[in-house]
Design a protein around this ligand. Structure first.
Ligand code: SF4
Length: 491
């Protein structure tokens, strides 16, 4: 899913971009990078967690007041050092770009760029393709005389990207001698929020990021969301230019609210925390209706993304919320780790059951979602091993039946448990005494109920098979699944 940020400031931005990477670390743990510029481009990037990558000596080299950062979680392309973003090109001007999302017509665009435009692709990353398309269109003979004229060129270049590039893409970019550029795909699938703060000289600093989780610590005021199809340009004097170049339905990813984002984030003008509380409420109502005689003694979340929904679920049921599974905070999130073997191995390392909270009790386990089912099955087994009298299972998200091609490394259809089994079969497979999934309409209601938002319908392609950018058919699913499996095998 990746995390991106871009900052225009009156002072050096390197330290603040490092904070962005730290605050977005949950969005990508494979690699990270920062690029800044003053009279030339400066970059530092590498594989692994941010804390081990950016030493004080390296940070000192990242001079400049404008910069971008990237946390990598691979959904397309290889796993080597060369795939670590931001990517950059020297023509025109010197452009660096960070991308969150996934481009679904990568193969066609890569062919166009290499054969027609005769550009060399250094990686198999879809983000590099997007960079070249953008750069090509910006590389015109017209020389802009001022920021207004340059913004016109940007509008033209980004409109071309919108016309040609399918899928999901939120972008932060820097252009030497010009400033900071951000834009978001016409459906606004992946998040991109904005903030600003006074710079003490009568002007403003600006920040754009996948989540606003770092705004408070850096002193930025949240200013809502970058709209789908919107282009924003901050020139070197701090003047902001903005235009919504194309208007389509606003379909942000619903899984950000279920699982990916930090609970303290506000995305698309909807609080993730409050939406998770509402998911718990809605699910508890449904549970009481379906299973009035199966009220648990305690509700235990599968830590930690299900904690918030489990809290309101327990409140609604009038039973005790319990942290009966302890999560080792030094183990990465299992879903985010590429490779099935690692994932299987890490469940037991990750979670330790607390026997006093479990033995002799009717235990409700609540999880945010079930993807493959391995983790859920192991949790149920753990609870039974530790003496649970009965185990119920509630899921804040409806069954995940289809892969995501918009920036989340979900398994192929064959690996998704709900793509291959009915809810009754899953209940049996997990060996639970009762199972309940959230209904799609209740999940949508939980996300859309409050907030001054402009969401039309969230993307739910992984739940209902409707790919909102209208870019996925059966042949494309096969192509993308093959590409994904090849990437995994290569690793
Ligand atoms: Fe999010 Fe699912 Fe849509 Fe992917 S398919 S963008 S995970 S809602």
């Amino acid at each position: 899913m990746c995390g991106i940020a871009g900052i225009y400031s009156h002072k050096s931005v390197a330290a603040e971009l490092y904070d962005c990477i730290i605050h977005l670390q949950h969005r990508g743990q494979d690699a990270a990078g920062i690029m800044t510029y003053d009279d030339r481009m400066h970059k530092e990037k590498g594989m692994g967690l941010a804390q081990g990558l950016f030493t004080e000596a390296k940070m000192k080299l990242l001079t400049g007041n404008i910069g971008i950062s990237h946390n990598r979680y691979p959904t397309h392309g290889g796993f080597g050092h060369g795939e670590v973003q931001p990517f950059w090109t020297s023509v025109p001007y010197g452009i660096a770009l960070a991308h969150n999302g996934n481009i679904t017509n990568y193969a066609e665009l890569a062919e166009e760029i290499t054969k027609q435009e005769t550009r060399y692709l250094n990686t198999t990353s879809d983000s590099e393709v997007l960079l070249h398309l953008f750069a090509d269109r910006l590389h015109q003979n017209r020389q802009p005389n001022n920021s207004e004229e340059f913004f016109d060129l940007l509008c033209d270049a980004v409109s071309t990207v919108f016309r040609k590039v399918n899928g999901a893409y939120s972008i932060t970019a820097l252009i030497i001698g010009k400033g900071l550029v951000v834009f978001r795909d016409p459906h606004g699938i992946r998040p991109l929020v904005k903030g600003e703060r006074p710079n003490g000289n009568g002007g403003k600093d600006y920040i754009f990021a996948s989540e606003n989780t770092m705004f408070y610590s850096l002193g930025y005021q949240p200013k809502g969301t970058v709209l789908p199809g919107e282009l924003i340009y901050i020139d070197e004097e701090g003047n902001m230019f903005t235009k919504r170049l194309i208007k389509k339905e606003f379909n942000p990813c619903i899984f950000e609210y279920v699982y990916f984002s930090r609970p303290d984030a506000t995305l698309n003008d909807v609080s993730v925390y409050r939406s998770r509380l509402r998911m718990g409420q809605n699910l508890a109502e449904a549970w009481k209706k379906k299973y009035p005689d199966k009220i648990p003694d305690i509700v235990i979340p599968a830590p930690s993304t299900a904690n918030t929904a489990a809290l309101s679920f327990a409140n609604e049921l009038g039973v005790r919320y319990s942290e009966g599974l302890y999560k080792n905070p030094f183990i990465g999130r299992t879903f985010i780790m590429p490779g099935q073997a690692e994932r299987k191995k890490s469940v037991k390392y990750k979670l330790v059951p607390q026997e006093t909270e479990i033995r002799g009790k009717k235990v409700m386990i609540m999880d945010d979602s079930i993807v493959r089912g391995n983790t859920s099955m192991e949790i149920v087994r753990m609870l039974k091993d530790f003496g649970a009298e009965e185990v119920y299972f509630a899921v804040a998200c409806p069954p995940v039946k289809s892969p995501c091609f918009y920036g989340v490394d979900m398994p192929t259809r064959g690996e998704l448990i709900a793509g291959n089994m009915s809810e009754n079969e899953i209940e049996h497979y997990l060996n639970v005494d009762a199972l309940l999934y959230q209904k799609i309409e209740d999940l949508v209601e939980a996300v859309m109920r409050k907030g001054d938002h402009h969401i039309d319908t969230p993307c739910m392609a992984c739940l209902n098979g409707h790919y909102v950018a209208n870019d996925i058919d059966e042949a494309k699913i096969k192509e993308m699944e093959t590409m994904r499996l090849n990437d995994r095998n290569e690793k």
